[in-house]
Each structure stands twice: as structure tokens, then as C-alpha cells.
Design a protein around this ligand. Structure first.
Ligand code: GLN
Length: 304
């Protein structure tokens, strides 16, 4: 499979089409990003690399980081975790409040904001020094010892973080936030502030294509069963109310972020990351979705 040629051909094709999305404006730091950035990178489980465009430029990975906080919490707590958060697609927007009332404060899944905030509460209880310990875990998984939170992005998101504040207060009223609100929401905003490039993202998430093991060191980050389940949740919930569309058009487990990044995994084959900041109406990268749809069509590789 000539991944490099396919990636470059599709990159050029998509660049010729007008990008109909718009950059996330509700986080001031994100609205300052050049909307025409476009990068793609693919790493195989044999550690071969292919990429083009702005694939080495850092950007805010936002909700993609929720897969890492979930991995750490799941690893530490095991199946107990699912008493606090569900594994059902929500069918509603990533920052929606409506279902929480009906579901008595148990978020539908760990990737909508409500669920990721509960995961942060779980980590706040489990870890000695939550912000540092979570960062240390992400540094180890990514192989990037210098990786850090972006205080500017975290502060920017907090300055407009009314919905996330509403979510955490609402969940706490049902008893599903066990710590004080401030450190938990601070952990959440910092988790979302991490910046990586497409090339760093594929390296970081490759373990999900490799039965939970780091392809370079052989170290297990998750066991096989946990890896299968995280991939299943990415498949059904990774794109919020567009998860069905992503499964239908792309056919891979994946996770998006409002910074315009998407990571997708082909188990036992590769991890691919795409970045293009303009988002469609569901908050997912417009060009990223187009690219991945055409990529899995062209390669004729999908999990289905
Ligand atoms: N930090 C963002 C928020 O809480 C994450 C949303 C996303 O990337 N979908 O709104």
C-alpha cells in the first residue's frame, strides 16, 4: 500500500475544494489559529511514517486528549468506572446538558464534556498529584518528555467556560462529582489545553492499533480487552452526534477535537491524524472528515 502517494493525492484534491467549515470561536485562543492549516500523518504498527502538509505543526488537540484521561482512569479503576459514566452514544452535542437531568447525573459516555469531566473527578480522587500525574502519563504514552499543558489555552477556555461550569455544578448536584469543583474543572481545562502535531498524535495513539502496547518499547499501556473497549467507545461516541456518520463514511474508531484535529485507528494496521481547523456544524473538522472518508475509500481498508 503506497500510503504516501494516496495521502498526497487526496491532500491536493481536498485543497482544491472550498472549505465550508468555520473555526471554533467560543474559545478565543482557537479562533486565532490560521484556518487554512491542513496536515496529515500516518504511522503503521511497524513504525513506518507517512505525512504531508502542516503535519509537524503543534495545535490544540482539545477533546482528543479525553481518550488519554479515559485510558488512565480505566487502567486504574477497571470496570468500576462504568458506574460513574455510560458507554452509550449520546446523539446530542458534545457540550449538551439536556440528558443529564433524565440520567440523574450519569453522563452517557466519557467523550462528551459531561463524561470527560466525571473522568477528571475520578482521576482527582485516584491520583496523588492529579495535574502532574496525568501529564506524566501522557508524556510516557506519547514518548514526549517535554510535553506540557498550555496555560494560555486553559485560561482562554476558562474565560468562556460557562457551559462546562454549568455541567460540573449540575453533575455535582446529583452526587456524581465527589471532589471540590475547582480542582476538577481546572484539570479538565488543562487536559483540553494540550498541543501536539499530527505526527506526535499518531505516535501517541498507535497503542490503540497495537492491542494496547507501545510499538517501540513493547510496554502495555492497556490490556487487550481494555483496548478493544476503548476503540469501541471511540467508534460509537468519538464524534458526538456525528458518530454514526463517521462510522458510515470512514469506518474506523476515532476521536475529534474542536481544535480541528481527528485521530483514527485501524486495529493492527495504523493510526492516522488529520488537522484542519474549520469545523462542520457538529464541531468536527470539515476537511478532516472529507479526507478520512476518501482515504478509507481509496485504500479499501476499513474495519467493516
Ligand atoms: N475543551 C472543549 C470544551 O470543553 C472540548 C470540546 C471538544 O473538543 N469537542 O468545550
Amino acid at each position: 500500500m503506497n500510503y504516501q502517494r494516496i495521502i498526497e493525492d487526496l491532500y491536493r484534491t481536498i485543497l482544491r475544494e472550498p472549505d465550508t467549515g468555520s473555526v471554533a470561536a467560543y474559545i478565543p485562543e482557537l479562533s486565532a489559529v490560521d484556518p487554512d492549516k491542513f496536515g496529515i500523518y500516518l504511522t503503521t504498527v511497524e513504525n513506518e511514517n507517512f505525512g504531508t502538509g502542516d503535519c509537524h505543526e503543534l495545535f490544540s488537540i482539545q477533546s482528543i486528549a479525553k481518550v488519554l484521561s479515559l485510558s488512565l482512569a480505566y487502567n486504574m479503576l477497571g470496570g468500576e468506572l462504568w458506574k460513574r459514566v455510560g458507554v452509550e452514544p449520546s446523539g446530542s452535542a458534545f457540550n449538551s446538558l439536556v440528558q443529564l437531568e433524565y440520567d440523574a447525573g450519569i453522563p452517557r459516555n466519557p467523550f462528551i464534556n459531561a463524561g470527560a469531566i466525571v473522568i477528571c473527578d475520578i482521576l482527582q480522587s485516584l491520583l496523588q498529584d492529579p495535574k502532574n500525574d496525568l501529564l506524566q502519563f501522557i508524556r510516557e504514552v506519547s514518548g514526549l518528555p517535554g510535553l506540557d499543558y498550555s496555560p494560555e489555552i486553559a485560561a482562554s477556555e476558562r474565560s468562556q467556560g460557562y457551559r462546562n461550569m454549568a455541567l460540573i455544578h449540575f453533575i455535582k448536584s446529583f452526587g456524581n462529582i465527589q471532589n471540590d469543583i475547582e480542582p476538577v474543572i481546572d484539570l479538565y481545562f488543562h487536559l483540553c489545553s494540550i498541543r501536539m502535531s499530527c505526527a506526535q498524535l499518531t505516535r501517541t495513539f498507535l497503542f490503540l492499533a497495537n492491542n494496547g502496547r507501545d510499538t517501540r518499547t513493547g510496554q502495555a499501556i492497556l490490556n487487550m480487552s481494555q483496548t478493544k473497549r476503548i476503540n469501541a467507545i471511540m467508534q460509537t461516541c468519538g464524534f458526538y452526534d456525528e458518530a454514526g456518520e463517521f462510522a458510515y463514511t470512514v469506518g474506523l474508531p476515532g476521536k475529534s477535537g474542536v481544535g480541528g484535529g481527528i485521530v483514527a485507528v485501524h486495529p493492527n494496521k495504523y493510526c492516522i491524524a488529520v488537522w484542519s481547523p474549520r469545523l462542520n456544524r457538529k464541531g468536527n473538522s470539515q476537511r478532516g472528515m472529507w479526507f478520512l472518508e476518501q482515504f478509507t475509500t481509496e485504500t479499501q481498508l476499513s474495519i467493516f
